[in-house]
Design a protein around this ligand. Structure first.
Ligand code: ADE
Ligand code: ZN
Length: 332
């Protein structure tokens, strides 16, 4: 079995994917038409041409504009279902998906509408595709602490449908410390915690995510390598980093995939995983990300297997489920 065949054969868990970032232009056009909402593009090709980013913010502006056509429960269902079909193609057998309720509630869409559509797709994915899933609700960090508190209040009646709370959007200038109090409340309510940190922001933001938000995983975290003491801590605590290689390339976090530090982080003993982030915008889903790093960094069979094992170990599934998938990986 060559490396590409191995990548396709491995069962994998995806731990860092924004469901709004899986919105393919074809589906965006179809939903815009059915909801009678104008989008500023004439064709699918024109949409794809707009996907040329020079940093995180240049992407976020387009990403939030695309999400504006999502209004009805069925829209959120269709969005998530299309992603699950990609999971099935890539042998992603478990996924923990982010959703950004504020992107929708700020436009007048009910929190319950968003959640109902996503949840129905999750139920169907288990039944029809055998894919398990969890939902992670993110606060938009460019908005206020007060807005985050309001969003947490809206989520509390749906506590059992949401496994964790995360933090995303424009990183620089919006450190984790801005949200310390609302994450304390979320933890007390029983949610697990994750946060984007060290994507564009400095290692200090990763320290804050660990010490103030008390995260269970760091999303991205690729800048941790700039701080030796932080690296020692991440390795000692086996703190997972959900790394997104194609995202890092498209948002110019790295200039060239050959410069990506995921293999070096793995070799140093950091618990890294591979993820797609916003696959419709960044040129690929799970296996595309694996193949991109494989081609640029020449990972061995054992390293590819370790990345797949890490994805289950870092997930929020039960220990029995973890063991089942890890044994299957080892047997390949
Ligand atoms: N929202 C969607 N994708 C994101 C990313 N890569 N970083 C921060 N916020 C995001
Ligand atoms: Zn992300």
């Amino acid at each position: 079995m060559n490396q590409i065949e191995l990548i396709r054969a491995l069962p994998k868990a995806e731990l860092h994917v924004h469901i709004e970032g899986t919105f393919e232009p074809e589906l965006m056009f179809a939903i815009a038409q059915r909801n009678q909402i104008q989008i500023p593009y004439q064709s699918v090709e024109e949409v794809k041409q707009a996907y040329n980013f020079h940093n995180l913010q240049s992407f976020l502006d387009i990403y939030y504009a695309g999400a504006n056509v999502l209004v009805h429960e069925q829209d959120f269902y269709d969005l998530a279902w299309a992603y699950f079909e990609k999971c099935a193609e890539d042998r992603v057998v478990h996924t923990e998906m982010f959703f950004d309720p504020q992107t929708h509630t700020e436009r007048g869409v009910e929190f319950a509408t968003v959640l109902a559509g996503l949840k129905r797709a999750c139920t169907d994915a288990k039944e029809k595709l055998g894919i398990s899933s969890q939902l992670i609700m993110c606060f938009l960090r460019h908005l206020s602490e007060e807005k985050a508190f309001e969003t947490l209040e809206q989520a509390l009646p749906f506590k059992d449908d949401i496994i964790a709370i995360g933090l995303d959007s424009s990183e620089v200038g919006h450190p984790p410390s801005k949200f310390e109090r609302v994450f304390t409340k979320a933890r007390e309510a029983g949610f697990l915690i994750v946060a984007h940190a060290g994507e564009e922001g400095p290692p200090e933001y990763i320290w804050e995510a660990l010490d103030l938000l008390k995260v269970n995983r760091i999303d991205h975290g690729v800048r941790s390598e700039e701080d030796e003491r932080l690296m020692t801590r991440l390795i000692a605590e086996k703190m997972p980093l959900t790394v997104c290689p194609l995202s890092n390339l498209k948002l110019c976090v790295v200039k060239d995939m050959g410069e990506h530090n995921i293999r070096r982080l793995l070799q140093k003993g950091v618990h890294v995983t591979v993820n797609s982030d916003d696959p419709s915008y960044f040129g690929g889903y799970m296996n595309d990300n694996f193949i991109a790093i494989q081609e640029a960094l020449a990972l061995s069979h054992d390293e590819l297997k370790q990345l797949a094992i890490n994805s289950f170990e870092a997930s929020f599934i039960s220990d029995e489920e973890k063991q089942k998938w890890i044994e299957e990986i080892k047997a390949i």
